[in-house]
Design a protein around this ligand. Structure first.
Ligand code: C2E
Ligand code: MG
Ligand code: MG
Length: 662
């Protein structure tokens, strides 16, 4: 089942719901406050009743008693005094009823004659018992209108049971049961409640308005921020162009509109050449200005087509439908880019490599199409072709390779890669003072994979950087374990064009050397001519940086590329390795023999050591010696072997060599 999209709530609805919830909350708060006030007011009313009863007991009742226990009854004088007191008090509505009880609860005196019949209910007796233990009990009740507590319900009263102390010294003679009018207390409470309700209503109303106002303001801010965030998720902050996310959606929409049999859609990736140098030399600030100027220029050129995006760094995407001549259109775009541009007073011109793919010819999956356009762009960059249309022949990304590439990522992390080593043998004295590290992949199901199976794949992505980093780290670690000869040995590692285009490559190498405590001159970097020529200026800069750090440089597979000698002479080179295609058959092929001789001479004239690669027979070795070549490398000595095998090989070779010299 397709996942359902999250439901979008309307802001008005959300606000109304929120306001209603707050209203309920505020009303509840009001109820709780009113309820607790009422409870508190009643508690105070009872406390007031209690103190009033105590006052009456002490100032009015006790002085009229002679101190005998009430169970003996009242004397006629006491009774008369009592009647006078109570009647006056009842008349002035200070009290409603007064009874005196003895310790066992029997009513001894009652102003209205109620309760004298000896019938006590259990609740009354409980209160009397409490009072005999010193507790003053107050509660709200109703006085029945007849003297037997059985008539219609009378006025509300505060009923107090309390110990009655009299005589000198004061001692408990019985229990006073007194009923005070509750109406003045209730009137107080009600008046308090009324003003509380008014204040509460105003206060809570204001609180509610404040909360609603705050929530409205916060809601508005949030909505604005959400809109800004949504825009930023889809746009590039520097150029304000759609970013990769939106470009992806734009392609998806375009393909959906065109339908499966629809007209052709062109997806292009533009990558600026040497932009890194502009950034490095003129600063990021100017690099940014250049990008902004270029994006304005491109957008103007594509005006109204809404087809341009910045994919990141110096990479732009273009999406066009139904273009008659895509190649021509993109060449024009490239010309637009290459026109001089003024940045901070400096007239600059940048070049661009453009790769594109046609859809639906090569599919409708946006990610795949972008990857194919990237493959074409990389091919344009490598071969300096300007604009390249994607063709499957450029692509190393078939399904099995795609799987392999994702496995390679984990392989690097989980140490499935292994380094094999092949010695370089000095021709004049048969000594080995250098080895070349060649990577292999011990694949869990496919067995030992040779570099040509996976290096080209890694080179199409940034995986090659991680791979090279791994190789450098491992080679430097191994170098310390090469046995007795290890102090003299140097190790060579192979690097790719893409490594040389990285800003941090040289510094990472230096860091690795420091971490492994290996002197820089013991590391050789082998670079093929093709790799050098992918971005010659950038490569020269990286190699000079390495040279300054003391690392040595070797040109690999020499003779197969198109490096100009002028360019070579500017590079800090230490070694030339003649490609094995000239060496292996130099005895049979006069032309190749001549090339080998010339390269040796050329190398020596430029001050380089010259290595012959692919030496498989003694005869070829002798021929190289005759040509005055310095070093030989090849199966004649050994194939590339793992580090342990290399250590024994080095021992054995040194021993054999010593014995032949003896
Ligand atoms: P390369 O750097 O030119 O390495 C020499 C290649 O020639 C090695 O192949 C080696 O096994 C082979 N070879 C050596 N002597 C002989 C011989 O007498 N006869 C023949 N027929 N072949 C010989 P390998 O190990 O398969 O490597 C192939 C290429 O893969 C290397 O060429 C290098 O360009 C690349 N490579 C290897 N390891 C790495 C690495 O760690 N990083 C990068 N970027 N590339 C690597
Ligand atoms: Mg090599
Ligand atoms: Mg080579």
């Amino acid at each position: 089942m397709a996942p359902s999209a999250p439901r979008r709530e309307s802001p008005v609805r959300l606000f109304a719901t929120f306001s209603l919830i707050m209203l309920v909350g505020v009303v509840l708060l009001g109820l709780v406050l009113a309820f607790s006030y009422r409870a508190e007011a009643t508690r105070r009313g009872l406390a007031e009743g209690r103190s009033e009863a105590v006052l009456i007991a002490e100032t009015a009742v006790a002085p009229r008693l002679d101190g005998r226990t009430l169970s003996l009854g009242l004397s006629p004088v006491e009774k008369m005094d009592m009647n006078r007191l109570v009647r006056a008090a009842v008349k002035s509505h200070e009290i409603l009823r007064l009874r005196l009880r003895d310790q066992s609860g029997d009513v001894i005196y009652s102003d209205d004659g109620s309760g004298l019949n000896g019938s006590n209910d259990a609740a009354d007796l409980g209160k009397v018992l409490d009072a005999t233990h010193g507790t003053i009990d107050a509660s709200i009740t109703h006085i029945n209108s007849d003297s037997n507590d059985s008539g219609p319900i009378g006025p509300a009263a505060v009923e107090v049971y309390m110990p009655l102390l009299a005589g000198t010294p004061r001692h408990q003679v019985g229990v006073l049961e007194i009923y005070l009018p509750y109406s003045p207390i209730a009137a107080d409470i009600n008046a308090g409640l009324e003003s509380l309700y008014q204040n509460l209503a105003v206060g809570l109303g204001l609180l509610y308005l404040l909360l609603v106002g705050i929530s409205y303001a916060v809601g508005r801010r949030l909505r604005r921020q959400v809109r800004i965030n949504a825009y930023m998720v889809e746009h590039d902050a520097l150029t304000d162009l759609p970013n990769r996310v939106l470009f992806h959606d734009m392609i998806e929409d375009e393909l959906a509109q065109a339908g499966p049999a629809g007209e052709s859609t062109m997806i292009a990736i533009i990558d600026l050449d040497r932009f890194k140098e502009i950034n490095d030399t003129l600063g990021h600030h100017n690099g940014d200005r250049l990008l902004i100027a270029l994006s304005t220029r491109l957008a103007d050129h594509l005006s109204g087509l809404n087809a341009l995006a910045r994919l990141g760094g110096d990479e732009f995407g273009v999406l066009l439908s139904d273009v008659a001549d895509p190649d021509q259109t993109l060449r024009e775009l490239r010309d637009v880019i290459e026109r001089e541009i003024n940045v901070g007073g400096l007239p600059l011109s940048v070049e661009a490599s453009i790769g594109y793919v046609m859809a639906p010819t090569y599919g409708t999956d946006v990610d795949e199409l972008l990857q194919l356009a990237d493959v074409a762009m990389y091919s344009a960059k490598q071969r300096h072709l300007g604009v390249v249309r994607y063709h499957p022949s450029q692509n190393h990304y078939d399904a099995s390779n795609l799987a392999l590439i994702s496995e390679l990522r984990t392989a690097i992390e989980t140490d499935q890669l292994v380094l094999y080593y092949q010695p370089k043998v000095r021709i004049n004295d048969s000594r080995v003072d250098a080895v070349e590290a060649l990577v292999r992949w011990q694949h869990p199901t496919l067995g030992l994979l040779q570099p040509d199976r996976f290096i080209p794949l890694a080179e199409q992505t940034d995986l090659i950087d991680r791979l090279t980093e791994w190789v450098v780290g491992r080679a430097l670690r191994d170098l310390r374990n090469f046995g007795p000869a290890s102090q003299r040995l140097t190790v060579a590692i192979n690097v790719s064009a893409r490594n040389l285009s990285s800003n941090v490559f040289a510094s990472k190498i230096v860091e690795a050397l420091e971490a492994a405590h290996v002197e820089p001159h013991r590391l050789f970097i082998e670079v093929t001519e093709t790799a050098l020529m992918t971005d010659p200026i950038r490569a020269a800069a990286v190699l000079s940086e390495l040279d300054r750090a003391g690392v040595r440089l070797s040109i690999d597979d020499f003779g197969t590329g198109q490096t100009s000698l002028g360019y070579l002479s500017t590079l800090p080179i230490h070694e030339l390795k003649i490609d094995r295609s000239f060496i292996t058959d130099m005895l049979e092929h006069n032309g190749h023999a001549a090339i080998v001789h010339s390269i040796v001479d050329l190398g020596h004239n430029l001050g380089f050591t010259v290595v012959g690669e692919g030496v498989e027979t003694r005869e070829v070795f002798d021929e190289l010696a005759a040509a005055d070549c310095d070093v030989a490398q090849g199966f004649l000595f050994t194939r590339p072997i793992p580090v342990d095998a290399l250590i024994s090989w080095l021992d054995q070779f040194a021993a054999v060599d010593a014995s032949t010299r003896r």
